[in-house]
Structures are given as C-alpha cells and as structure tokens.
Ligand binder design. Structure first.
Ligand code: SF4
Length: 240
C-alpha cells in the first residue's frame, strides 16, 4: 500500500482511452451545441487511429505529507505552494498527491510532419487528439491517486495545475521540485513551459475531511469500475 512521502513512482503501460468529446472540444465543438459533420468525424477517426499508435502515456506520481498549512499555503517536502482559494476549496488536507503526465513526443513529431506536408486538417485534428489524450491521462492519474488515498481512508480532491485559475504558473518549478518530470522525460524551461508539449502536471489534496464533489463529481468520469467508494455513476471511461 502507498505510504505518504513515497519516492516518485513511474506509471507506464497505461491502456488509455481518448475521450472523443474532449478532442472535439479542442476543435471548437461544444457537446450538445454543435454537431460535427460526417467529414469531421471521418477526420477524427483517422487522427484517433494515428494518435493511438503514436501516444506513449506515462506518468510520475509522488505522495507527500503536508508539514505546514497556513491559509492558502501548503508546505510539503520542504517546498511551499501558495494556491489562492485552496483552503476553502479543499478544506483540511494532510497529504499532497503530485504528478506529471505525458503522451511523449512521437505524436507531436508526426503532427509537425503533417504541417510540413500541408496536410493541415489532419495535422490540426491530430493535435487535438493529443490534447484530448493528455487530458484523459491526467483524469486517469487523478483516479489512480483517488483509489490509493481511499484505500488509506483519505478523501482525494480533484486535480489542479499551476497556471489554471488563480494559481501562478511560476509554481510549476515548485511542483517539479516535488515530482520530477525528468523521470518520464518531461522538461521545464525558464518560462515554465513543458516539453513534450502534450504534458500535464497536477496536484491533488488528501485528508479524512478533505472537501470533494462540491463543484464537480470526479466519480462521474472515473474508470475504476469496481471502486467500492463510488459516489456517482460513471458517465464514460478513460480506460480501454
Ligand atoms: S470511483 Fe470515485 S471514489 Fe472511486 S477511485 Fe474513482 S473517483 Fe475515487
């Protein structure tokens, strides 16, 4: 069983499902509002098949004990994270779950070749497939962390990332200091931009009284079919 302050662990061989709604959202289609044409769906099928062959989903995860909580500042592993609104959003968290996920560079490389060959619709759709895939991967990892926390009696919050909402993107550096993206080949530059581009870093909180589900039910998207703690029926899966 996972213990707090574990060393970083790499998750590989992930049988990831790509969420078509997520991909089409990157193409500007909002579910229920715009219906993609047959041509767009055919392009999506082609890009998805290509994307499935090219993506190499991997993640590095690390649990840490929270050593200090001071308003919206959480400290763990000697690193302080200041996340506006987090005290109210998460409540009292005792541990942090950190992760960096990527689908690798192959899909990006193929996309660049397609741009070069002026196969623009397929290149754009493949890029959206990559964006959808890495979002699905982040969901998958959030669910793994939830399952690990729950087995130790901890509720696990939904994920957040530096640069989203009010959390300063500059704190990517602190997040990488806690969870080394280098373990899966993800690099961070001075501007806090990740390479490969199709990468996501994330943070979740955990605690017996952590606040979950008050703004979005994570269980509704979770692939853990047999989870005994499920709080809402699954709508779809990110697991093949
Ligand atoms: S079903 Fe809900 S409680 Fe169970 S692992 Fe998934 S998100 Fe967590």
């Amino acid at each position: 069983m996972t213990a707090p302050s574990d060393a970083p662990r790499v998750l590989a061989d992930i049988a990831l499902e790509i969420d078509p709604d997520e991909v089409l959202r990157f193409q500007g289609y909002k579910p229920g509002l715009a219906v993609p044409s047959r041509e767009v769906l055919a392009l999506f099928d082609e890009a998805q098949a290509l994307g499935r062959r090219l993506m190499e989903p991997r993640a590095v995860v690390r649990w840490l004990t929270v050593t200090r909580r001071d308003g919206d500042t959480l400290e763990a592993g000697g690193v302080a994270l200041t996340i506006p609104g987090i005290e109210r959003a998460w409540g009292p968290v005792a541990e942090l779950a950190t992760a960096v996920c990527t689908i690798g560079e192959s899909l990006e490389r193929r996309g660049a070749e397609l741009w070069e060959a002026r196969e623009l619709p397929l290149a754009a759709m493949l890029d959206s497939v990559g964006s959808g895939a890495v979002e699905s991967l982040a969901e998958y990892v959030n669910d793994v962390l939830c399952q690990e926390g729950i087995q130790r009696g901890l509720k696990v919050t939904n994920r957040i990332s530096p640069g989203y909402g009010a959390w300063d993107v500059a704190q990517q550096k602190e997040l990488f200091a806690l969870c080394p993206g280098s373990a899966i080949g993800v690099r961070l530059n001075e501007s806090c931009f990740m390479t490969p581009v199709k990468s996501v870093s994330l943070l979740a909180g955990a605690g017996v009284a952590a606040r979950v589900d008050h703004y979005f039910s994570q269980c509704a998207r979770c692939w853990m079919r047999d989870c005994a703690y499920r709080r809402a029926p699954a709508r779809k899966t990110v697991h093949r």
